[in-house]
Design a protein around this ligand. Structure first.
Ligand code: DX5
Ligand code: ZN
Length: 222
C-alpha cells in the first residue's frame, strides 16, 4: 500500500525560551509545525493564549498545524484559521457544533481537523467525515508531552481508516510516537505523525525527523 507520510513535530517539549531557533532546527525536514494550544480548562495544562500563539504562527517558517486543546473552541478555532494556520484541530469533546465549525475553518482557508481523546468513540462522528480534512487520534491523554504511547488506541485508528475510505483525509496520531512506536501506528493506518519528545530530546532533532520519515515511507510503501 502506498501512502504519503507526514511528520509534524510538536514543540511542546522544545525550549520555549528560544522557540524560533528550535523551529528552525527542524524546519527543512518537517511538513508542518504542530502547535499544542492548552487552556488549563479542557486539559490540566496551559501553553499559549491566542496572542502568544498568533506571534508563533505568524513568524513560523513552517506552516502551522494548530492543535486546540481548549474548551468552547467553536469561535476561537475560526480565528486560528484566519491568522494563517495551515490546519486547525478542534476536539470533538470541546465543540458545540462540530460540522459548522469544521466548515468555518475550511471557509477561512485552513484544513479542518477533528481531534478525538482516548476515551471517545470515533463511530459517532462518522457523519461529519465530509467536513473533515484530517482526523487526529490521541494516543495519550492530552495535556503533556513525554507520555507512553497507548497501543490500545490502534483499533480506533483502524476504524478511522475504514471511515475515511478513499477520501483524501489525513489520519494523524498524537502522543508517544517514536522510532519504537511509529511502526505500530503506521500499520494501523496512520499517515501523519506528531512527534514531540522523541524529536526534541534527540541529540539531533532534524536527523530524528528524517529517520522517522524514512522508516515510515519505506515500510508504508512495502
Ligand atoms: C499532548 C500533545 C502532544 C504532545 C506530544 O497533549 O497533544 O502533541 O506534544 O508529545 P510526545 O510526542 O512527547 O508524546
Ligand atoms: Zn498535540
Amino acid at each position: 500500500m502506498s501512502r504519503d507520510i507526514r511528520i509534524t513535530p510538536s514543540i511542546l517539549n522544545a525550549d520555549f525560551s528560544q522557540l524560533n531557533a528550535e523551529i528552525e532546527r527542524i524546519a527543512k525536514v518537517s511538513d508542518l509545525l504542530h502547535l499544542d494550544v492548552m487552556d488549563d480548562i479542557f486539559v490540566p495544562n496551559f501553553t499559549f493564549d491566542f496572542e502568544a500563539a498568533s506571534s508563533i504562527i505568524t513568524s513560523s517558517v513552517l506552516p502551522v498545524d494548530a492543535h486546540l486543546m481548549v474548551a468552547e473552541v467553536d469561535g476561537i478555532a475560526v480565528q486560528y484559521a484566519e491568522i494563517g494556520c495551515a490546519s486547525v484541530t478542534i476536539h470533538a469533546e470541546a465543540t458545540r457544533n462540530i460540522p459548522q465549525t469544521l466548515k468555518n475553518i475550511r471557509k477561512a482557508g485552513a484544513r479542518s481537523s477533528l481531534g478525538i481523546k482516548p476515551m471517545t468513540d470515533i463511530t459517532q462522528y462518522e457523519s461529519v467525515v465530509d467536513d473533515v480534512d484530517m482526523f487526529l487520534i490521541m494516543t495519550v491523554e492530552p495535556g503533556f508531552g513525554g507520555q507512553s504511547f497507548m497501543e490500545d488506541m490502534m483499533d480506533k485508528v483502524r476504524r478511522t481508516r475504514q471511515i475515511i475510505g478513499d477520501r483524501p483525509i489525513w489520519l494523524q496520531v498524537d502522543g508517544g510516537i517514536s522510532m519504537k512506536t511509529i511502526e505500530i501506528a503506521l500499520d494501523a493506518g496512520a499517515d501523519t505523525f506528531v512527534v514531540g519528545s522523541a524529536v526534541f530530546n534527540a541529540p539531533d532533532p532534524a536527523a530524528m525527523v528524517v529517520s522517522l520519515r524514512e522508516f515510515a515511507t519505506t515500510r508504508g510503501n512495502k
